[in-house]
Structure formats: structure tokens, C-alpha cells
Design a protein around this ligand. Structure first.
Ligand SMILES: [Zn+2]
Length: 269
């Protein structure tokens, strides 16, 4: 328990030290049973110590002292949809946030082999939504599909099994954004060759990285094979769709089918 609080405080201070937050920006949470340890609102992440952390339940109600930050809903929707997730970090890192505040997303498909293995085939830029319920609703359909997302005109949110993994994912998104923006001066990013994608996704599945759905299937090769032979009916949210799309049946979709769809889409880019 103390260990967990230590990790949350350390992650918060890291966000500031890395230059990914200013003023009172950013927040960190970690799952502790059916409660969540969270950074306090209206505090510089530079100053967050273990004693300042607060505890909230799955509805965002505070237990004990302190006041929760307004963006807690973004964290809670991730935990609700991803039982495998132990920590969520959110910040406004300058390069990735620049992508979030501009019209294109040059990092939508990771263009470095290691990044594709670590983050999967896609880093979405979710269109801007008002803080509170609208922002939560915009993020919700992505929680099971990805491990990090750019929030339009806002920042980045990433999650993982613990604070360390969530921070690494956020760090990688910012690093890719920095490279992509530098590459603009040289004519823009050249994507990875399509033939490289399948082996990298297979390596990702083999390493047990990413969503449970990825790991449930033997290899990404099998995923691609089956996707090539059958028409995909259900749809994941379209890349630039302001609203989540709904499966034709109106029922929650088979996650494996969504994953196949995502990989096929990534390959077509
Ligand atoms: Zn924010």
C-alpha cells in the first residue's frame, strides 16, 4: 500500500521534471483493490508528496481528506473497461499536445519498429470533447483498443499495469511526436513498410504486451489470416469520427473482432 502511494507521488513528480505539465496540469492514479489512489487537485505535480494523495472510489467519491481533480472520469472509465490496468497517467506533453491541437496526427501509426511493438498499431487522436461526461464518453470506446491516446486540444492519456508502464507509454507517445514534428522539415514521416507490420505485431503478441485480447490469440499472423478471409461487420470508431460507431447489432462487440478490424485498418494506411 505504501509502495503504491510512493509510486503515484513519484510518477507525478516525474511528469513535472520531464516538462510534460505546467501550473496544476496532469494527474496520476493507481488501482488499490476497489479504490484508487489519486493526485490531489490544484497542486503542482512538482509538489505532490505521498501525504497529499487522496483516495477515491469507482464513482469518483473521495474517501478521507482532499479534493479530487476534475478529470477523474477519464481515469475511471479506463479502469472500468480494463480490469488489467493498474495505473493511469495524464499530462500535457508539448509535442504530443501540439498534435492534439493541430489538424493531423502523424503518429497515428507508430513508424518505429519498437514503438509499434510497445504501443500497438495505432495511437488515436480523439476529437476534443468538453471536460466531464462528454470527454469520458469520447475516450470510452478506445479503452479496450489502445493503451495510449492523444486527447484533441488537450493532452495525452496512457495506462498500464502499473505507474511505470503507464509513464513509459506516455513517454513514448511524446517521443514519437517529437520525432514526427522534426521529420516535417524533411518532408514528413515515411511509414514502416506494410510487410514489416505483421512480424512486429506477432512479436508484440509473443511478448505479452498490450491488451488481453491480443494475448488471447496465438499470434498476430493468425489474426491477419482470419481477417483476410472474412468480411468485417462490426466497426471500431473511425479514425476521425467525432462519435463512436456502434455495431450493427447494437450489442457490445466481440473484442477479438474489433482487434482484427484495427489491425486490418492499420495495414491499409
Ligand atoms: Zn489535462
Amino acid at each position: 500500500m505504501k509502495q503504491l502511494r510512493h509510486q503515484v507521488a513519484e510518477a507525478a513528480q516525474f511528469l513535472h521534471a520531464a516538462g510534460w505539465v505546467a501550473n496544476h496540469d496532469g494527474n496520476v492514479t493507481a488501482r488499490d483493490g476497489n479504490r484508487f489512489i489519486a493526485t490531489p487537485t490544484a497542486t503542482s505535480k512538482r509538489l505532490v508528496a505521498e501525504k497529499d494523495l487522496i483516495e477515491v472510489d469507482a464513482k469518483g467519491h473521495v474517501h478521507g481528506a482532499g479534493k479530487v481533480f476534475g478529470e477523474i472520469g477519464l481515469h475511471l472509465v479506463v479502469y472500468e473497461r480494463r480490469p488489467d490496468v493498474g495505473a493511469v497517467v495524464h499530462a500535457h506533453p508539448p509535442y504530443a499536445t501540439a498534435i492534439g491541437a493541430s489538424r493531423k496526427n502523424p503518429i497515428e501509426r507508430p513508424f518505429i519498429a519498437e514503438a509499434l511493438v510497445s504501443l500497438g498499431p495505432r495511437i488515436p487522436r480523439i476529437p476534443y470533447a468538453q471536460p466531464g461526461e462528454p470527454a469520458k464518453a469520447a475516450l470510452a470506446p478506445w479503452c479496450e483498443l489502445v493503451d495510449a491516446a492523444i486527447l484533441g486540444n488537450h493532452g495525452v492519456i496512457a495506462w498500464g499495469k502499473d505507474c511505470e508502464q503507464a509513464l513509459l507509454r506516455l513517454e513514448l507517445v511524446e517521443h514519437l511526436a517529437k520525432i514526427a514534428i522534426a521529420a516535417e522539415a524533411l518532408g514528413g514521416i515515411e511509414p514502416l513498410p506494410e510487410s514489416a507490420i505483421q512480424p512486429l505485431l506477432a512479436a508484440r503478441a509473443k511478448a505479452g504486451i498490450g491488451r488481453a485480447a491480443d494475448r488471447a490469440l496465438d499470434t498476430a499472423g493468425q489474426l491477419l489470416g482470419s481477417a483476410a478471409q472474412r468480411p468485417v461487420v462490426a466497426c471500431a470508431p473511425a479514425p476521425h469520427s467525432p462519435v463512436p460507431t456502434i455495431s450493427p447489432s447494437g450489442k457490445p462487440q466481440d473484442l477479438a473482432q474489433v482487434v482484427r478490424e484495427e489491425i486490418v485498418k492499420a495495414l491499409r494506411k
